[in-house]
Design a protein around this ligand. Structure first.
Ligand code: CA
Length: 234
């Protein structure tokens, strides 16, 4: 028997927390819920959730700070749920490492669909092809979610960064349209949010890959169309 997928919920509204636990337990996930960031963090290393659902408005900690910490130090897929629904908030969420962002109020089927999309993304990654690639002056390991520079310094990649890089390394030296990315990433947000989120993620990736933001040599932008990933490898 396969082990149930572990999901952590960090949400201080007990009513919503209970509802989430019911729905996610009902579809067979192993669920733990917390009302305070402190308890979530304390339990994290032991529970090792595949997916973390994180509310940004928390009583004991700034949600954005926590998000940044989680996405840089751990490889859990992060779904942010937040009452802050403006585009600026979403972009801040993505910049700090959220893999998806759902504004409150939301319908449970929508939440379940987003979680399943995150799981499909992270599951299809590791064995899709050889996972270690040299990109410019760094080495990325798509199964370990790491990037190592020429001095041996290691940095973590978020699940969504790995998903984007996987599409790029599978389609080198040719146009990868935004539609193609959207399809491969199984993204369900509206076009405008998706475009902004992709822009944010690509600029984060460029910065991690030490690519120039003004004249990129690794991930080139084709205005109005998409991106071309330049690779010297065959
Ligand atoms: Ca809250």
């Amino acid at each position: 028997m396969t082990e149930p997928i572990r999901v952590s919920i960090l949400e201080d509204s007990l009513e919503l927390q209970r509802l989430l636990v019911d729905v996610l337990t009902g579809i067979g996930y192993d669920v733990r819920a917390y009302g305070r960031a402190k308890d979530f963090e304390l339990d994290f290393a032991q529970f090792k959730p595949k997916v973390s659902i994180i509310d940004l408005g928390l009583p004991d900690k700034d949600g954005l700070g926590l998000l940044h910490k989680m996405s840089t130090e751990h490889d859990t897929a992060i779904l942010v749920i937040s009452g802050r629904s403006s585009l600026t908030d979403k972009i801040a969420g993505f910049e700090l490492g959220a893999d998806d962002y759902l504004a409150k109020p939301f319908e449970m089927p929508e939440l379940v669909a987003r979680i399943k999309a995150l799981l499909r993304r992270s599951r299809s990654l590791p064995d899709k092809r050889k996972s270690i690639h040299t990109v410019g002056n760094v080495t990325v390991d798509l199964s370990q979610f790491t990037l190592t520079d020429c001095n041996g310094n290691e940095e973590r990649l978020s699940a969504s960064e790995v998903a984007i890089l996987t599409v790029f390394v599978d389609n080198p030296n040719r146009l990868v349209t935004r539609d193609k990315l959207r399809e491969e990433l199984q993204d369900r947000s509206d076009q405008h949010s998706f475009d902004r989120a992709i822009d944010v993620r690509v600029s984060r990736l460029r910065s991690k890959l030490k690519d120039s933001p003004k004249t990129p040599k690794i991930i080139k932008t084709v205005y109005g169309a998409g991106y071309i990933f330049i690779s010297e490898a065959d």
